[in-house]
Design a protein around this ligand. Structure first.
Ligand code: ADP
Ligand code: MG
Length: 306
């Protein structure tokens, strides 16, 4: 069950919420859709789930065009909306029965029992939804999204507003469920992607700015790289700055330096030659890893400057 988004743009009146967005989510993947508030995440998800038409472009879910086969698409997708509408006066079981009936699920009672167990609502199953904590409300939302056993799950900021314990529980649950499904989840929290997702698609101002394996992001999308180096003697800042590709150098004692350089230029060879020329010994040299969070800040900052 794959999702394919091709050159999708969305206009709200004059405002462009999505600008020529393309990406794919392959069957069985858990993909994080990461971006700051207002980036266009919810808009994209509403289009994928056939709740909102795109202004331009095409979206298919397992080959089904979301515009032409909205009902079929909806039957294949479990969607947890950002502001998931729950009826607070309904009891947990009652609300799941309500959803089961919408999907015309046969043997609804057995399926509801299964869902309650899956999302861990056993102790709360006889309560009214309004009486549940935010974390348990979110579990009801997940149970509703899963009740028709959809192969694709679209979760819009599923952990927003949860306390740290609930957060961990819901993340664990998503990971567990995601083992058997194609999942796309949106978030504005970097750590969430690192905790749950194999791949990350970063969106900013309606445009995709990065799309790669979560583990590879730090190497590929950082425009600046950092090297830490230690010499046996003091070195002048102006001399280090002369090395090609170096952007900025900082040091407390003149011996240990943090060198920021353009990522596309590997300065290590030049750095060694510099040391030889200056009759210095290199005592230590280390490439610093940038976290996804740093990269994300970089990417979004670049976009704002533009
Ligand atoms: P995100 O989910 O990443 O926070 P959204 O998709 O909700 O972003 O919003 C993207 C942009 O589109 C925002 O600037 C938002 O204000 C705008 N937007 C979203 N929904 C509507 C709407 N129904 N009408 C007008 N503008 C909207
Ligand atoms: Mg949103």
């Amino acid at each position: 069950m794959s999702i394919k988004v091709e050159s999708v743009s969305k206009l709200y009146g004059e405002q462009k919420a999505l600008d020529n967005v393309s990406f794919e989510v392959k069957a069985g993947e858990i993909v994080g859709f990461l971006g700051p508030n207002g980036a266009g995440k919810s808009t994209m998800m509403k289009i994928i789930t056939a709740f909102l038409p795109a202004t331009e472009g095409k979206v298919t879910v397992n080959g089904l065009d979301v515009n032409k086969e909205a009902l079929k698409v909806k039957s294949q997708i479990g969607y947890l909306a950002e502001q998931n509408p729950l009826y607070y006066d309904m009891y947990v079981r009652e609300s799941l029965k309500f959803t089961a009936d919408i999907y015309k699920i046969k043997n609804a009672k057995a399926r509801i029992d299964e869902m309650i167990q899956l999302v861990g609502l056993e102790k709360e199953q006889s309560k009214k939804i309004g009486e549940l904590s935010k974390g348990y409300k979110q579990r009801v939302g997940l149970a509703q999204a899963l009740i028709h056993d959809p192969p694709v799950l679209i979760l819009d900021e599923p952990t927003t507003g949860l306390d740290p314990n609930q957060l961990e529980e819901i993340r664990g649950l998503i990971k567990e469920i995601g083992a058997k499904k194609t999942v796309m989840l949106s978030t504005h929290i970097m750590q969430e992607v690192e905790a749950i997702c194999e791949r990350v698609i970063i969106i900013n101002n309606g445009e995709i700015v990065a799309n790669d394996q979560t583990s590879k992001l730090s190497n590929i999308f950082s425009s600046k790289a950092i090297i830490e180096v230690e010499f046996d003697k003091e070195v002048l800042e102006s001399k280090l700055k002369g090395i090609q590709g170096v952007v900025k150098v900082t040091s407390a004692d003149g011996k240990k330096w943090v060198i920021e350089h353009k990522a596309e230029i590997d300065i290590r060879n030049d750095l060694f030659q510099f040391a030889v020329k200056e009759e210095l010994s290199v005592l230590a040299l280390q490439k610093q890893k940038t976290s996804i969070e740093d990269i994300f800040k970089q990417l979004t900052r670049q976009e704002t400057v533009k």
